[in-house]
Design a protein around this ligand. Structure first.
Ligand code: SER
Length: 341
C-alpha cells in the first residue's frame, strides 16, 4: 500500500454521542482531518466539521477496512459504547459492541501502524463504572486506579477488560514475533466520572440523573430522580472532559507513567443538583423515586476518585466545580438552547 495515496485522518467512533459532539467541535478548531463513524447518520450540525462521515457498525469489518483504504488513521478516539443501564438489558450485545468492537479497533490501529511505522494513538474513555465498591465504607475515600476494580455491571466489566486489552496491545501484542514490531499502538485511557453537557442529553447511563434533572428543569418539565437525594458520585462538566481527552492525546508518551488515568472534577449528591436547579430555574418539579436496582449500580461506584497521576503526568486541571459549572456553563447554554427551540 502506498501511504501517499491516503489522506491522514483522526478516526472518531460514536461520533454522535455526547462526548463525540464536544470532541468534534474542539478538534475541528485544530484544523485536523476527522473521519466520523456512528451507528446513525452524523448529526447535520457536525457534518461541516469533518472530512468524512460514515453511518455503520464498528463491528462491520468491511466498512472499517474501506475507511482505512481511503484514510491513513493516525489516531483513534474510540467513543462508541453501550452505557451501564442500557447494557444490563442486553449484556451480550453490550459485550460485542464494547469489547469485540474495541478489540477490532485495536487491531485496526495496529494494522495502521505497521504500514506507517509510526505508533497509532488510541484514546479510550473508561469510566467510574470500572469500580465495584458497593456497601463498603471505602467508597467514601478517593480511590486510586487499581483499587476495587470488581464492577457489578456488564459495562463496567467491559471497560476494565478493555483497559487491559489496550495495555496488552501497547506492550505485548505479537510479543513472540521473530521480528520486532515497528510502530504499535499507543493506548491511553481516561476513567471519566459522570459527564454533564449543556448541549446533549445522555441516554442509557446510570449517572444520567444529574444531567436529566437539569435539562428537565430548564424545560419546565417534572423530573422523578431515580436515586436517593444523598447519592454522591464524581461528576464533570463536558468541556473539562473534552479538554482532558485533548490533553492526554497531546501529552508526550514518555511523560505518561501509566496507561489508565482517573480524573475528577467535583463530587456531589443528587440533592446538591436539586439545590442548584432551584437557584436558577423557576419552580422546578423534582421528586425522588429511587429505582432500587439503578440505585445499587450507582452505590457500587466510588464517591470520589484520586486523580493525582493525571494532574502530575499531563497537567489535568478542571475548570469547573459544581457552582461555576451551573453559573458559567450549564445555565447560560441550556437556557439559550431551550428558549431558541
Ligand atoms: N455515564 C456512565 C454511565 O452512567 C458512567 O460512566 O453508564
Amino acid at each position: 500500500m502506498d501511504n501517499r495515496a491516503r489522506h491522514q485522518a483522526i478516526l472518531i467512533t460514536g461520533a454522535n454521542g455526547e462526548m463525540g459532539h464536544g470532541l468534534i467541535h474542539a478538534l475541528a478548531e485544530q484544523n485536523v482531518d476527522l473521519v466520523a463513524v456512528d451507528l446513525h447518520p452524523l448529526d447535520p450540525a457536525l457534518r461541516s466539521k469533518v472530512r468524512a462521515h460514515q453511518a455503520g457498525d464498528i463491528l462491520d469489518t468491511q466498512l472499517m477496512q474501506r475507511l482505512v483504504s481511503q484514510y491513513e488513521v493516525t489516531t483513534i478516539f474510540h467513543l462508541a459504547a453501550l452505557l451501564s443501564t442500557r447494557a444490563e438489558f442486553s449484556p451480550e450485545i453490550a459485550h460485542r459492541v464494547n469489547v469485540t468492537g474495541t478489540l477490532e479497533l485495536l487491531r485496526l490501529a495496529h494494522q495502521q501502524s505497521t504500514w506507517s511505522g509510526v505508533r497509532t494513538k488510541f484514546i479510550f474513555p473508561s469510566s467510574i463504572a470500572a469500580y465495584g465498591v458497593g456497601g463498603k465504607k471505602d467508597r467514601l475515600q478517593a480511590l486510586k486506579e487499581h483499587e476495587y476494580t470488581e464492577p457489578t455491571t456488564m459495562y463496567g466489566c467491559n471497560k476494565v477488560y478493555c483497559e487491559h486489552l489496550g495495555r496488552y496491545f501497547a506492550e505485548y501484542y505479537q510479543q513472540l514475533a521473530a521480528e520486532p514490531i515497528k510502530g504499535g499502538v499507543d493506548f491511553r485511557c481516561i476513567r471519566f466520572p459522570g459527564l454533564i453537557s449543556a448541549d446533549t442529553v445522555p441516554s442509557g447511563g446510570t449517572s444520567d440523573f444529574g444531567p436529566e434533572m437539569i435539562h428537565a428543569a430548564a424545560q419546565g418539565q417534572p423530573y422523578a430522580c431515580f436515586v436517593r437525594p444523598d447519592t454522591t458520585i464524581p461528576f464533570m462538566a463536558m468541556p473539562d472532559g473534552v479538554q482532558a481527552l485533548l490533553d492526554l492525546y497531546a501529552a508526550p508518551e514518555e511523560a505518561l507513567s501509566q496507561r489508565v488515568y482517573n480524573i475528577n472534577a467535583f463530587s456531589c449528591s443528587a440533592q446538591d443538583f436539586c439545590d442548584e436547579v432551584h437557584k436558577y430555574f423557576e419552580r422546578p418539579q423534582v421528586s425522588f423515586i429511587p429505582h432500587l436496582k439503578r440505585q445499587a449500580i450507582v452505590d457500587s461506584w466510588p464517591a470520589a476518585v484520586n486523580d493525582a497521576p493525571a494532574r502530575r503526568d499531563w497537567g489535568f486541571s478542571p475548570q469547573y466545580d459544581l457552582q461555576n459549572a451551573f453559573s458559567d456553563y450549564l445555565v447560560p447554554r441550556i437556557s439559550a438552547r431551550y428558549t431558541s427551540s
